[in-house]
Design a protein around this ligand. Structure first.
Ligand code: CAA
Length: 286
């Protein structure tokens, strides 16, 4: 495995997606700088990294020595200045445009002028983020799927401002990590979510209308559709807040009613029931 033309990669935000991305990069032999906003968040990020690689050790997929090597490649910090030597930085902070813009303004200040800056957004416009920087030609979307260490697809998004070389270099990196890159323009939902979320939203609508129960819809799609998870199990894994954000973004762009978020989804999000990460969503988790 190799990082192609990148050797030192920063990851900003070490939640579920950021920690997964940092792990994938470190497993690929790259030096990784992981950034969080404060010490508590950094400790949680370290916990995510240790938990995920520890699980692989328990399952006999990784030796303790290999785990240590992977974790040793990841430097953790709360100081953006530690990203100064990175040739690529991937941002994976929560899906709020203002927050992402602030992060990119900081990255633009501290990172080398030739560094490529990437966002892992699943619902925001990459162009909206790119234009807040002084280097829009170096801004790309790099959209990993959850769980990042397992899912092979990575969508790479170039805007009308992105230089071809940046997209090609990131695609080479992704291939070197053993993943499958697809390159796409900046459209809400990109490819996979644009197709997947019409189906997930329809499942929620069917539940609401009493068409079938949660368990029967999940069982039907898992055993009859040959999918690893039914739609409600999957929405709980993705996070219902993320599901709502993705649907709202696609609906806003397409005005296709299939993407108008099912009311039950909004209700659960308002109630703070966001899926696995909060212990309850469509299902409860102990
Ligand atoms: N981190 C690291 N590895 C993990 C993991 C995690 N969070 N979860 C599972 N794995 C690994 C396991 O270690 C195991 O690896 P080995 O085979 O090497 O031992 C493998 O994945 C299978 O895990 P399990 O046996 O525990 O469980 P499973 O067979 O039910 O698989 C799953 C779990 C991989 C999550 C599978 O159910 C699956 O593929 N589900 C669908 C996930 C999906 O569709 N994701 C995309 C969501 S959309 C999205 O993310 C985009 C967006 O913008 C919202």
């Amino acid at each position: 495995m190799s990082g192609g033309s990148f050797s030192r990669v920063g990851v900003v935000g070490l939640g579920t997606m950021g920690a997964g991305i940092a792990e994938v990069l470190a497993r690929g032999g790259l030096a990784v700088v992981g950034i969080e906003i404060n010490q508590d968040a950094l400790d949680r990020g370290r916990g995510n990294l240790e938990g995920s690689t520890g699980r692989a050790v328990k399952r006999g997929k990784l030796t303790e020595e290999a785990q240590r090597e992977i974790l040793d490649r990841i430097t953790l910090s709360t100081d953006f200045a530690d990203l100064a030597e990175c040739d690529l930085v991937i941002e994976a902070v929560p899906e709020r445009l203002e927050l992402k813009r602030r992060v990119f303004e900081q990255l633009d200040r501290v990172c080398r002028a030739d560094a490529v800056l990437a966002t892992n957004t699943s619902s925001l416009s990459v162009t909206d983020i790119a234009v807040t920087t002084n280097r829009p030609a170096k801004i790309v979307g790099v959209h990993f799927f959850n769980p990042a260490p397992v899912m092979r697809l990575v969508e790479i998004i170039g805007t009308v401002l992105t230089e071809d070389g940046a997209v090609a270099r990131v695609a080479d990196l992704v291939r070197g990590l053993g993943k499958t890159p697809v390159t796409i323009g900046d459209r809400a939902g990109f490819v996979a979510n644009r197709l997947l979320f019409g189906y997930l939203n329809q499942a929620a609508t069917m539940l609401e209308s009493g068409h079938a129960t949660r368990d029967d819809i999940d069982a039907a799609m898992k055993t009859g559709g040959g999918l690893p998870m039914g739609p409600f199990t999957l929405m709980d894994l993705i996070g219902l807040d993320t599901c709502l954000e993705v649907l709202e973004a696609i609906y806003q762009e397409s005005r296709d009613r299939r993407h108008a978020p099912a009311p039950v989804l909004r209700e659960l999000v308002t109630a703070g029931l966001l899926g696995r990460k909060t212990g309850r969503g469509f299902y409860s988790y102990d």
